[in-house]
Ligand binder design. Sequence first.
Ligand code: FEO
Ligand code: CA
Ligand code: CA
Length: 560
Amino acid sequence: MHLFAEAARAHGSSHFGDFAAIAASSDDVFQVPTGYRADVLISWGDIFRDGDRHALRYGFNNDFLAYFPLKGSSEGLLFVNHEYPDPFYLHGYKPDAGTKTPAQVQEEQDSVGNSILHVKRRRDGSWKVVSPSEYNRRIYGDRPQLEFTGPLAGADGIGTSVNGSLGNCSGGITPWGTALSCEENFSGYGTAVKLDDPGSFGWHVFGDKPEDAEYDPTTFKKYGWVCEHDPYDPEYMARKHTALGRFRHENTAFRHEPGKQFVLYMGDDKANEGLYKFVSARKFKPRQWSSNRRILEEGQLYIARWEPEGRRRFAAAGDTRPISVTEGKGTWVPVPADALDDTATKLRAAFGTDEFDARFATNRPEDVEVHEDGSVYVALTNNSTVFDSHGSVRRLREEGNDPEALEFRWRDYAAGGPTGSGDPGTEGFSSPDNLVFDEAGNLWVVTDISSSKLNKANEYAYHKNNALFFVPTSGPNKGIAFRFANGPVECELTGPYFTPDGRNLFVNVQHPGETTGETSTGPGVFGQEATYTSWWPEGNRTTEDTPATPKPSTVVITRE
Ligand code: FEO
Ligand code: CA
Ligand code: CA
């Protein structure tokens, strides 16, 4: 039966949903199907200017992005997260080098945070950054100040304000026009540099500003929060909302139903951690600006309790048939107020590890998205502790489709892993990370197989580079993953986001060439581009064309 012969052409109803799926690739290029074009909009280090013509540098490791319209789908603001620095590419540091200079710490602080970019579509359909622009702005790892809100504002170790933002992985938007940015892996900035941990930066000891001590997570709780920014208002003082808890925040997805309390879903991106829901004390009311700005300051946080269990378990790494069930029920369990400052740790202690792992743990919740029908899709990336190599996308439906419900049903909607199809582009996805729905409600999924496991003789070999997949949510191809884009060597693709008309797809390429200098044994010699594992976007390591420093970049995909 030619199940996949027809399916290799994705017939979807959306603007981007009709294409010939592309084959997996291990090449050092960004690839899209015939009939589409992908242009680099901006790369790490590129200069753009604010309204006073001050130079701003685009940060490193772009992750979340969202498009905020100024003129519909032809001109707007991109809100972009810069998740973490790579000391090797920034200043040649390898983890065995010992101390860092304060200037190196400052360079790292300058490379993270967020960018607000004014962008515009040209007549020929390509996009440019508008510069100078009064909207263009950067938030850094150490500035400006953000204000704490909610029940723990002013508490010991938190205080009323904080210097900058870091670990900004994914995020979300609100219906009142703000961006939410999630501080995920926050603890490594105030941890001694470890040889085997590229996420340890030692800012608290190597920085020379007195406030650099505040990165130390054993003394301070300044990071690990959800931050709210107003891309449209450069004067707005951004907030960190303590009511949403402090954990490895990956992202947010809101649900607003008229007459109901405002609800926000969030994942804690770590193996064996949970899925959360915040039910605000307030309702969202269109045009009630000052009230809406307080929606995330007060409410009840819940964690999902899964029946019969939350983790998709396998007998051995690489297996694609789980030994656990793939659907069930669940309840939302209130998080006590005294657990908000170190949420996952305190809940695990309160429930006990056995109970937490059995009922609350999941396989690394990365992105969460709410479909227009109210169901909630969760990307569960992978979890080696239960031999889940390839992850899944889980669908959750609230009891009575009520956002405030305290009970839900769940079902694993799409499973990662090789499909066995020999048809190019339908080999299957693995390790789903960010999700987005297009204007027709179809699902788009980017993958995040770790660089250390990519293109090796292991269970990920079939997948080759990380990629972007299209998964129709209706029609004859419902639930089949079609490969739409391939990233260059050792990158993950992040932040896919459509303009409102569905005709422009922005996507971030994060950490190309990641293994070059992240360990003491990485192959890179600083300044010798030929030793770098990726040369994208200026060169192509596969074809040995133009040795260059790989640069995290924002790409825009359009139809030709
Ligand atoms: Fe930063 Fe959860 O990926
Ligand atoms: Ca992520
Ligand atoms: Ca990720």
